[in-house]
Design a binder for this molecule. Structure first.
Ligand SMILES: Nc1ncnc2c1ncn2[C@@H]1O[C@H](COP(=O)(O)OP(=O)(O)O)[C@@H](O)[C@H]1O
Ligand SMILES: [Mg+2]
Length: 428
């Protein structure tokens, strides 16, 4: 079998790495891929958003399956284009991907189907938003409707900050059309956890729960990022709560989307806050999480190709996934200026790592004349699996210095919210 993976991050490297282990998969292609993916797959220089070119390429090589990593091609309708041409593709259609692409759509959807989430006002103008903000008072959350690369959510500390944020959104059009509507949302408290599942529109196969660390600096300080680290199991999610999330959130979401005529296939990612009133949805993503997937994949026993193809063919049947009992973690090494910038062109040296339970997935790297260079803010992911989460993290931190480039930076406390909690009762 021949598989094309669309995307260029650590998530896509992890997916390619796992696909390579499938006895069914003969060739893996990646578009556009990165410096690490190039070592295990054939990278083709087509951007993830060039849908027609990607479909032409998949058609010409008779790709047996295409797996889409990032959200933008999904919200642009890559799945619709491939399906139109009879090509198997893993991911939701454009209408289904709106669950991530529009926070207004997903909020209205959750209200309609009784899925627990933060209360919110939908506002289409600056005046409306200020009025909703004043009625709610601090603390509250401002969310731009559309995709904003992880920068569209602000939790203002003061009214002045809220006013400045809303005027940037509505008057300076900071997010363009993505900010033509906002949610003024109740601020939830509790522990966050990432729940993912693979679905064919009907059947749902849970992925191992994971936890990610979004803030730039140790102690969860500083601005939000695409993610600075992750681990699986989540540890903070007890097995009974995971079952409740499945029953009250994931299954009704898949059913509700089908009822809306937006049958959802692919990976459904639910960002959950474990509030004192039970689990509530913060947001949906229409694809695998990054960096959660890197940690989860290290624990996956099964052939990932099977489950992805069965989802694409709407034929999950009785598919079940099994997860190694061990824990896994991922620590992201970034450029010095991330998340504000992503200094490019620094040479990266990765010294050999003797411990083969440590895996380095690449994100913002490219290879030129045999040398690796930084191309994005999140550069590489150092991942490991071990008997316990603290052992996995110890292995990562013992080897992370083997990845060297000017200004390399990482959080030194990934896992801290889970360590010290009893892992024995956590959901797998
Ligand atoms: N209602 C809320 N209450 C408290 N924190 C929130 C709320 N909504 C979002 N957040 C915080 O903001 C982060 C980003 O919000 P999210 O809805 O996931 O948007 P995105 O990932 O598109 O930026 C969340 O991971 C969470 O930490
Ligand atoms: Mg999020």
């Amino acid at each position: 079998m021949r598989v094309l993976v669309v995307g260029q991050g650590g998530r896509e490297h992890a997916i390619c790495w796992k696909l390579k282990q499938s006895p069914q998969v003969k060739e893996v292609y990646a578009a556009p891929g990165n410096g690490g993916i190039a070592a295990i797959a054939n990278c083709v220089p087509i951007e993830a958003t060039d849908i027609i070119e990607l479909a032409d390429f998949a058609e010409s090589l008779r790709m047996d399956l295409t797996v889409v990593g990032p959200e933008i091609p999904l919200t642009l309708g890559i799945v619709d284009e491939f399906q139109k041409r009879g090509l198997a593709i893993f991911g939701p259609t454009r209408l289904a991907a709106e669950i991530e692409g529009s926070k207004v759509f997903s909020k209205e959807f959750m209200k309609k189907y009784g899925i627990p989430t933060a209360d919110a006002n939908i506002c289409g103008s600056y005046d409306e938003a200020i009025a909703a903000f004043d009625a709610r008072g601090l603390p509250c959350v401002i969310k731009a409707d559309g995709l904003a690369g992880g920068k569209g959510v602000v939790i203002p500390a003061t009214r002045d900050e809220a006013v400045a944020t809303l005027s940037e959104i509505f008057e300076s059009r900071r997010f363009g059309m993505a900010g033509s509507r906002v949610l003024i949302e109740e601020c939830l408290t509790g522990e966050e956890v990432s729940v993912m599942a693979i679905t064919d529109g009907k059947k749902v196969v849970p992925f191992a729960p994971a936890k990610d660390y979004k803030k730039a600096f140790d102690g969860d300080e500083g601005p939000n990022t695409g993610g600075m680290g992750s681990h699986s199991p989540a540890v903070v999610l007890p097995a009974e709560t995971a079952a409740e999330v499945m029953k009250k959130i994931v299954l009704p979401t898949v059913q509700g989307m089908a009822d809306e005529g937006r049958t959802y296939t692919g990976c459904l990612y639910v960002g959950i806050m474990l509030t004192p009133d039970g689990p509530k949805v913060l947001e949906y993503n229409c694809r695998f999480g990054d960096p959660e997937t890197q940690a989860q994949i290290l624990r996956l026993e099964d052939d990932i190709f099977d489950v992805l193809l069965r989802s694409a063919r709407r034929n999950l049947g009785e598919t079940k996934l099994t997860w190694k009992k061990e824990a896994s973690a991922c620590v992201v090494v970034t450029t010095k200026d991330y998340p504000a910038g992503s200094s490019k062109g620094h040479e990266i040296v990765v010294d050999p790592i003797a411990d083969d339970s440590v895996v380095v997935f690449h994100a913002g790297t490219s290879k030129k004349d045999g040398k690796l260079y930084t191309t994005g803010g999140r550069v590489v992911n150092v991942c490991a699996r071990a008997a316990t989460l603290s052992d996995a993290l110890a292995k990562i931190y013992a080897n992370i210095g083997n990845v060297r480039f000017q200004g390399a930076r990482y959080r030194t406390d990934i896992g801290y919210r889970a360590l010290g909690q009893r892992a024995a009762s956590a959901a797998t």
